[in-house]
Write a protein that binds this ligand. Structure first.
Ligand code: XMP
Length: 510
């Protein structure tokens, strides 16, 4: 079934993925595409509405990014946010310029006029601003709908043309009625039906997969993470002849391999092969301390082992991958520098003999994948499992990976996870884990001097892992974790908490 779609044109704003998620949460499928899409391409894509995102540029700069002007003639409703709102004014004959004063943070929004865009928004409310430029002159036919102290056209529009601009950020939670504004745009202005639900997605996806892979030979590299687990379960439901391969590289977190086998092989009855490659990985990592080298060795070995198993399975029709939307979304802002070589199963296609890749989750955000997992009846331990990088604990041990180091970091990590769950924080913290640092410090335990390892705890909040803030875990919880780690984990006598955001740090330490 073809869902109604909203097209978000990306002008490089930091909240662009958040806009797409909000729209989807409101029940309408939404895609993020580069602003360079032509009007013909947009018409062919046939969205029910278009959103221009914010961005770091000013519309009066010579090479400021602009959409194809033909987009305004398509008769499709448009909502411009922040830079997008200034673009609409500028391109339709008004103007946006550097304002006398910028606005940053929470501001009071006052309504000036009734509008289907502002239905249900009270006369006064709080909105979240972040701009130095402002719309100074509206294009002909447009009227101001709401204002803040410093911004006389904080919301404006042309009801007949269904084109609107909003200077604040409706997608962030600090804008009290931001979600209401977005809902109004979708349902009152674009005429959305709300046909994007995870229940519907699951049913349609299984039906489509049945057509495609029913009775055919399918192979899946199961990592134990939520993405590959949900992708494999969808294919399994579609009655493909599915074989999953779980490469046990010995770098997993406490209890992970056993849990994967218990849920998927014993519980769901999937054909799941656990390959014991623990010694092989440890041998390959012996003496290696450089993080990039570790990643490369693990990525290559993973593919080798998987390929050997794939050969045993024989001619495969399809390979299942748990690719999700943020992995495939094209950004309008160009390519960044390589910060780390992320290992994932993306390296498999060249190595394995199969006919086609199946990526049932390529349209979904992580939280949507989790909802599909729940729809499919997967247990919370799998659905809410912490994201873990492919190289797993190997890049959470600074320096050489040893059996002893693995034991230490695994035990510390298990305590951290247990306490976070006990404190009921596991859903609000995006990712949390322990790191075995390469520092040793002096301690005193039971009247004896110790000279042991420092364990670092890392916990972050994030939307897409591109940027992150350190999680403000209550001191009492941190205290309990520290006491348990130093008390229960051999060779750990000190615990530190990482209070660095991303940037400048990355989430992982290596
Ligand atoms: P960084 O450390 O780059 O991590 O801020 C961003 C997110 O990506 C995860 N990560 C990886 N995932 N293979 C993966 O599949 C990798 O090699 C890898 N390295 C980092 C990290 O856990 C965080 O969620």
């Amino acid at each position: 079934m073809q869902h109604q779609r909203i097209l978000v044109l990306d002008f490089g704003g930091q909240y662009n993925q958040l806009i797409a998620r909000r729209v989807r949460d409101l029940g309408v499928f939404c895609d993020l595409k580069p602003f360079t899409m032509t009007a013909e391409e947009i018409a062919a894509y046939a969205p029910v509405g278009i959103i221009f995102t914010g961005g770091p540029n000013s519309v009066y700069e010579q090479d400021a990014p602009r959409p194809d002007a033909g987009v305004f003639g398509l008769g499709i409703p448009i909502l411009g946010i922040c830079y997008g709102c200034q673009l609409i004014a500028d391109m339709l004959g008004g103007s946006a310029e550097k304002a006398a004063a910028g606005e940053y943070g929470k501001k009071e929004l006052v309504l000036l006029s009734d509008s289907p865009l502002l239905e249900g928004v009270p006369q006064r409310s709080v909105c979240w601003m972040s701009h130095t430029d402002s719309v100074l002159r509206l294009p002909a036919g447009f009227v101001p709908l709401a204002a803040t102290d410093a911004c006389p056209a904080a919301v404006y529009g042309n009801a007949e043309r269904k084109i609107y601009g909003v200077q604040f950020h409706p997608e962030v939670v600090h804008s009290e009625y931001g979600n209401a504004l977005l809902r109004n745009f979708l349902y009152n202005i674009c005429g959305a039906r709300g046909d994007w639900t995870m229940h519907g997605f699951t049913e349609e996806c299984v039906a489509a997969l049945k057509e495609k892979v029913g009775g055919r030979k399918v192979l899946c590299a199961m990592s134990g993470g939520v993405d590959s687990a949900v992708a494999a379960t969808l294919v399994y439901r579609a009655a493909g002849d599915l074989t999953c391969v779980f490469v046990d590289h010995g770098l997993h977190r406490e209890g992970e391999p056993e849990e994967v086998m218990r849920v998927f092989r014993d519980g769901l009855g999937m054909k799941l092969i656990r390959v014991d490659a623990r010694e092989r990985f440890l041998r390959a990592l012996k003496g290696v301390t450089d993080p990039e080298k570790k990643r490369k060795i693990i990525g290559k070995l993973f593919i080798e082992v998987f390929e050997e198993e794939a050969k045993k399975v024989g001619a495969v029709d399809f390979l299942v991958q748990g690719t999700i939307y943020p992995d495939v979304v094209e950004s309008g802002t160009g390519k960044g520098a390589v910060i780390k070589s992320h290992h994932n199963v993306g390296g498999l296609p060249d190595a394995v003999d199969f006919k086609e890749i199946v990526e049932p989750l390529r349209e979904l955000f992580k939280d949507e994948v989790r909802r599909v997992g729940t729809e499919l009846g997967l247990p919370d331990e799998i659905v809410w499992r912490q994201p873990c990088p492919g190289p797993a604990l190997a890049i959470r041990i600074m320096g050489e990976v040893t059996e002893e180091g693995l034991k230490t970091v695994r035990a510390a990590d298990a305590i951290f996870r247990e306490e976070i769950v006990k404190a009921g924080l596991e859903r609000e913290i995006w990712q949390y884990f322990a790191v075995l640092t390469d520092s040793r410090t002096v301690g005193v335990q039971g009247d004896f001097r110790t000279y042991e390892n420092v364990i670092a705890l890392r916990a972050i909040t994030s939307v897409d892992a591109m940027t992150a803030d350190w999680a403000k875990i209550p001191f009492a919880v941190l205290e309990r974790i520290s006491a348990r780690i130093t008390g229960e984990v051999p060779h750990a006598n000190r615990v530190v908490y990482d209070i660095t955001s991303k940037p400048p740090a990355t989430i992982e330490w290596e």
